[in-house]
Ligand binder design. Structure first.
Ligand code: F6P
Length: 339
């Protein structure tokens, strides 16, 4: 009987519990495996903090946001200030053995897949599952969490239209996404943004100001500016506040900013994310059953499969500046920051 461990690491997102359930139920019901959860990401492996999982513990969590296992951003291969344990990878290897694990599923974003690959190189049997609202994991078309965050951001921007209209204002909305523009581009297009700024495309403040002034000349009462948190802002930390300040100064238009923040990561996953997370989880259990390790489960062209962790590690999937969606937006008159 195989014993498998599951951990979630990095920032949480809606759908993690759905994927834990997908792994666990398939592993227990179809393959008769023993399943344990590891608490708080890789920290739990260092502390041997284990939660035995059975069918009843896996029931009722499909729609639950966050992660029942907890998460952390602890990177075992990175020596951090104040570290007491000098050789974390060694300790993880030892604990993996002592816990009697035959395989470990690592649910996470880019950082987690990088760690997963290093642990695989150390001889552990690893299967990765991509998750993040940022949608920037290399090797897969989509990560769960993204669709939910997109829905939340779109609804928030929709709501800002009416208040912007009433006050004849420019509304600047900062959305998450780390160094990728997926969430800003998609929510911006879905919610009818007039200006959308993403890290993958350099922007020109004069072009942004001109676009807004032109709208005002055309008697458009208000404008919506969607800004990805990861755009270049010199040394300024808050992209939304930075852009709003510049717009105010350069156009004289009344401008307000809203930072959507962690709301984008909270709460129940959309049906699409529940299905994606379940497919990923169930497929990860299948990989373990077939003794296929050192891979991350992935969707390409709606076909589930896997990619070697070695290929995924250290890369980012970013918006292609010449992609069809970018071009469509430009052709409809959306300002993406270019002249
Ligand atoms: O990776 C998900 C994400 O929400 C990013 O969009 C954001 O930049 C980051 O996590 C925030 O990190 P933390 O949870 O550590 O504040």
């Amino acid at each position: 009987k195989k014993k498998i461990g599951i951990l979630s690491a990095g920032g949480d997102c809606p759908g993690i519990n759905a994927t834990i359930r997908g792994i666990g139920k398939t592993a227990i019901v179809e393959y008769g495996m023993e399943v344990v959860g590891i608490a708080n990401g890789f920290t739990g492996l260092l502390e041997k903090d284990v939660i035995p999982l059975n069918e009843s513990l896996l029931s009722g969590i499909l729609t639950l946001g966050g992660t029942i296992l907890g998460t952390s951003r602890m990177k075992p291969f990175k020596q951090q200030e104040g570290d007491i344990v000098s050789d974390k990878p060694q300790l993880i290897k030892q604990n993996y053995k002592e816990l009697g694990l035959d395989a470990l599923v690592c649910i996470g974003g880019n950082g987690t897949q990088k760690t997963a690959n290093l642990l695989h190189r150390e001889g552990l049997n690893i299967v990765g599952i991509p998750k993040t609202i940022d949608n920037d994991v290399w090797g897969t078309d989509v990560t769960f969490g993204f669709d939910t965050a997109l829905n939340i951001a779109t609804e928030a921007i929709d709501r800002l239209h009416t208040t912007a209209n009433s006050h004849k204002r420019v509304m600047v909305i900062e959305v998450m996404g780390h160094n990728a523009g997926w969430l800003a581009l998609y929510s911006g297009i879905a919610a009818g943004g007039d200006v959308i700024l993403i890290p993958e495309l350099d922007y020109d403040l004069d072009a942004v100001a001109n676009c807004l002034l032109e709208r005002s000349r055309k008697k458009k009462p208000y404008s919506i500016v969607v800004v990805a948190e990861g755009i270049k802002t010199g040394k300024k930390k808050n992209a939304g506040a930075y852009i709003a300040k510049k717009i105010r100064k350069m156009t004289g238009l009344e401008t307000r900013e809203t930072v959507l923040g962690y709301i984008q990561r909270g709460g129940s996953p959309t049906p699409g994310d529940r299905i994606l997370a379940t497919r990923y989880g169930s497929y990860a259990a299948q990989m373990i059953h077939q003794d296929v390790y050192g891979v991350m489960v992935a969707i390409n062209g709606n076909k589930i499969g896997s990619v070697p962790l070695e290929e995924v590690a250290g890369k980012l999937r970013l918006v292609e500046p010449t992609s069809g969606l970018v071009n469509k937006a430009l052709r409809m008159g959306v300002c993406l920051g270019g002249k």
